[in-house]
Design a binder for this molecule. Structure first.
Ligand code: ZN
Length: 173
């Protein structure tokens, strides 16, 4: 049996959300001041979805990924570039720096509850793993997270889906 490869979309933290955090200097969750730091190298940047190079100016702040209101909403620390960043070149493919990087792929249903399709992932063949998870019609989105610290990296949806909780007016289909 073969699993059809489901077209998916990678959804980093939106550019406008990051710009608001930079402008306000505090996170949107609790008003905690953001931390400014110089990257040692390898920090996963949630703006453009690549690892920081040594010496890059970065910020660290608390972020709550959008989910429908549910007991499973949570916030945690994320790195981003200190200055405004246009984001990744493409959101159609799995980010290169995450290939081979173990992650927790946490699936959610339409209520924003964690779905049992959630799993740990060794970073190999992410297209096949994501397709298998999205083949369950009850799974509406997947959050990729650090396997030890649990920190949020990015969201994955079917390419055709929009994120209801995101509150943005997507111009595309
Ligand atoms: Zn960036």
């Amino acid at each position: 049996m073969t699993t059809a490869i489901v077209a998916f979309q990678i959804r980093p933290i939106p550019v406008d959300v990051l710009d608001q955090v930079r402008a306000r200097g505090v996170d949107a969750v609790s008003g905690t001041p953001i931390e400014h730091l110089v990257a040692g190298g390898g920090e996963p940047l949630r703006c453009c979805l690549r690892d920081a190079s040594p010496g890059e100016e970065a910020i660290l702040f608390g972020y709550e990924p959008p989910l429908p209101t549910s007991p499973y909403r949570e916030n945690g620390a994320v790195f981003a570039h200190a200055e405004s960043c246009p984001g990744p070149n493409s959101t159609q493919g799995y980010p290169r720096d995450w290939r081979g990087r173990p992650q927790v792929l946490r699936a959610y249903d339409m209520r924003g509850w964690i779905h049992e399709a959630s799993r740990t992932h060794d970073g190999q063949d992410p297209e096949r793993v994501i397709a298998a998870m999205l083949s369950n019609p009850d799974v509406t989105q997947i959050h990729s997270r650090n396997i030890v610290y649990g920190c949020y990296m990015f969201t994955i949806t079917r390419a055709a889906d929009s994120l209801a909780a995101e509150g943005d007016a997507d111009s595309g289909p």
